[in-house]
Ligand binder design. Structure first.
Ligand SMILES: *Cc1c(COP(=O)(O)O)cnc(C)c1O
Length: 363
């Protein structure tokens, strides 16, 4: 049997007719960027999360870049985040001239909230809370530190659409929260897309202006803005998928439960979940010391796996200028060497999953 790590075609096939109908509807309408689909999606997604406003943008990285820009965070400022995140989390800060400051993760692969305070300086302006692999970060503790030091909180929800912390959806805690709709995400489009969400009406209005050349009224520009817009086809696709997102996330929870119950191999550390959260399992990530060997043995059986992420941002060439050395973040680096993402996607069959479980148990 051949098993890919991800199968976007399976996700498409689940609601193929609805996607095709909507795509044709948008194509035939003759209006392709920032139109009624985007407006409707923004309202529907804000309502789904329980937040005041949603502003569709080009992608998740630009959502982060815009969020920090609108919060006035740039040169001379620092933003605290976990070391073991996707590099885009840090790029959104760095593109504004601010400095990402990395903190070690907890055992849930999110920021270790007990280690935030020691990194706060007079330059610190915000905490970026990443909900990695679909599991919410410990938001109570993060909000407490932020309030104590009067820091802004930005949430990176790119992997956690619909995830909940103590019954409240992620994206509703921070001053501004950022989503990606890249095709592999839980709420994925069929191309690039992203969004900012906020309860601050003033910030929302600024974001709406900034994403469209700094203009709300054609040819009238109130600020120097950029072009970061969601297009009508992607918004239409997202509207279709949003009506199914709870079911799609539920399927992922079931798939994760099946891996949790089925995998019995002392060398493989299964993912831990905080009792007070609902993870939406963007990835199913185990840890294993001899990862390369395990990957090869799985590959020999036709099973493909991935690593999210092999090089932590602080050791990436792009961030060499920050001056980190190997060994500065031992737990982050250990995770980077051990994490392994198993095949995981909507439409993964029980037969395929059992095949993966058996192969892992036989290693
Ligand atoms: C995907 C992702 C992003 C970036 O989103 P894009 O739409 O690909 O630009 C940012 N942060 C995290 C944690 C992500 O997984």
């Amino acid at each position: 049997m051949m098993i890919q790590c991800n199968r976007l075609d399976r996700g498409f096939e689940l609601y193929q007719n609805e996607y095709e109908e909507k795509a044709l509807e948008v194509l035939r309408r003759g209006w392709y960027v920032l139109g009624q689909e985007v407006e409707s999606f923004e309202k529907e997604f804000a309502a789904y999360l329980g937040v005041g406003d949603c502003i569709g943008v080009g992608n998740g990285l630009e959502a982060l870049q815009i969020a920090f820009h609108l919060l006035g965070i740039g040169e001379g400022h620092e933003v605290i985040m976990q070391g073991n995140t996707y590099i885009a989390s840090a790029l959104g800060v760095a593109l504004n001239g601010a400095v990402p400051v990395f903190v070690e993760p907890d055992d849930y692969h999110n920021i270790d909230t007990g280690k935030i305070e020691e990194k706060i300086t007079d330059k610190t302006r915000a905490i970026l809370a990443v909900h990695l692999y679909g599991q919410p970060a410990a938001m109570d503790e993060i909000m407490q530190v932020a309030q104590k030091y009067r820091l802004k909180v930005v949430e990176d929800c790119a992997q956690a659409h619909g995830a909940e912390y103590r019954g409240r959806k992620v994206g509703t805690f921070g001053d501004i929260s950022c989503f990606s709709f890249y095709p592999t995400k839980n709420l994925g489009a069929f191309g690039d897309g992203g969004a900012l969400v906020t309860d601050d009406a003033e910030l929302a209005e600024l974001a709406r202006t900034y994403r469209n050349y700094g203009s709300r009224e054609k040819y009238h520009h109130s600020m120097v803005g950029m072009n970061s817009r969601l297009d009508e086809i992607q918004a239409g696709m997202l509207r279709v998928k949003l009506t199914h997102i709870d079911g799609l996330n539920e399927e992922r929870i079931q798939l994760a439960n099946r891996y949790n119950k089925g995998i019995h191999n002392k060398k493989i550390i299964l993912p831990a979940v905080l009792p007070e959260v609902k993870s939406v399992w963007h990835q199913y990530v185990v840890r294993v010391a001899n990862r390369a060997e395990v990957q090869q043995k799985l590959m020999d059986k036709g099973i493909r796996t991935m690593v999210h992420y092999p090089i932590p941002p602080h050791l990436s060439d792009a961030f060499q200028y920050l001056g980190y050395q190997k060994g500065d973040l031992p737990k982050t680096e250990q995770f980077a060497g051990e994490v392994l993402s198993l095949p995981f996607y909507n439409g993964l069959t029980e037969e395929e999953q059992n095949y993966v479980i058996e192969a892992l148990n036989n290693i």
